[in-house]
Design a protein around this ligand. Structure first.
Ligand code: NAP
Length: 301
């Protein structure tokens, strides 16, 4: 029998979180006579990256955050990029630093990430912040920098199931990247789910997914997770952003889950677009204010 599938409105939850961030940013302004500041660095002219950073700086303004964009040429030398990062690290008025990924192939992203001051690392990719996420007993995103996309997924999950309801649930995270899959698995483990991380070498992924109460799809393959892989009543968080061709030549964005097939099986599903992606930017702004507050209190997040 087909069940009702509820789509989780990422836009709505992102608005609520951004409103909360705006209130925190305004309170910060009253106490410190300046707005929390986020500096975003874009290297090169990748159109998708340019569009993401525009969204980030526009949304920053809506949250009363001073968002600044630094554009650098594709062929910028590692030395010049590191000099800019070090000067932002030293600037007391800069609270958050983000280098938009991917970088041109001759720049080592890990080396760049490790130059950013962990206290200003609002993407939370620095090994210090990764280490903290994996070692704290309680993940509290108001005092800890948590990678934005997994944090957004967790908040969306909590919007449909209370924290106690997560205890004992089986979760499959498809994808093991440092940006999404790996921190997502950690957040779910911390929320008392029993978590399996799947990847390209996993055997019988459809069978594994069928056992899961929660599936997080972070694969980067259009409509890869089929409806028949989904346990009835499962919660599906679709992280994928994949551009696919359409007959009119304009193309469209689809997720990693075959949404039309999942509807009628899943209890809850995040749509693409309009799901996880909207929360990612809202979480970035949340992290910026957290970083600002923590630094001003003299505590590193
Ligand atoms: N909504 C947002 O805000 C947001 C943010 C970030 C990323 N994304 C999207 O999320 C997706 C994943 O991003 P990412 O950065 O995590 O990608 P990634 O670094 O390319 O990682 C993809 C993961 O998927 C796994 N995988 C690939 N093919 C597979 C297969 N056939 N079966 C099972 N697992 C497979 C890979 O396994 P191996 O490790 O074995 O290679 C890898 O762990 C992309 O579509 C990206 O655009 C969205």
């Amino acid at each position: 029998m087909l069940r009702m599938t509820k789509l989780i409105d990422g836009g709505l939850h992102a608005e609520v979180l951004t409103e909360d961030t705006r209130r925190r940013a305004e309170s910060f302004f009253r106490r410190h006579a300046r707005k929390p500041r986020l500096d975003v660095i874009l290297v090169g002219d990748n159109p998708a990256s340019a569009s993401y950073v525009r969204t980030k700086t526009k949304m920053a303004a809506e949250a009363s955050i001073d968002g600044r964009l630094h554009r650098m040429q594709d062929e910028v030398s590692p030395g010049d990029l590191l000099r800019v990062l070090r000067s932002l690290n030293e600037d007391p008025n800069v609270d958050g630093i983000l280098v938009q990924l991917p970088l041109p192939s001759d720049l080592d992203p890990q080396m760049v990430i490790e130059v950013i001051d962990p206290a200003k690392d609002v993407d939370a990719f620095h090994p210090i912040n990764v280490g903290r996420l994996f070692t704290v007993n309680k993940v509290d995103p108001t005092v800890l920098l948590v990678p934005c996309t997994p944090l957004g997924c967790l908040l969306l999950l909590r919007s449909v199931i209370p924290p106690a309801g997560l205890t004992g649930k089986s979760a499959v995270v498809v994808g093991r990247s440092n940006i999404v899959g790996s921190p997502m698995a950690r957040l779910l483990t911390n929320a008392n789910c029993t978590v399996t991380i799947a990847h390209s070498k996993t055997l019988d992924l459809p069978g594994l997914c069928r056992t899961a109460d929660i599936v997080v799809a972070a694969v980067g393959r259009p409509e890869f997770i089929r409806g028949g892989w989904i346990k009835e009543g499962a919660i599906i968080l679709d992280v994928g952003i994949n551009r696919v061709p359409t007959p009119d030549g304009k193309g469209k964005i689809v997720g990693d889950v075959a949404t039309a097939e999942a509807i009628g099986r899943a209890a809850f599903l995040t749509p693409v677009p309009g799901g996880v992606g909207r929360m990612t930017v809202a979480c970035l702004l949340h992290n910026t204010v957290t970083a600002a507050e923590m630094r001003m209190k003299g505590k590193s997040p």
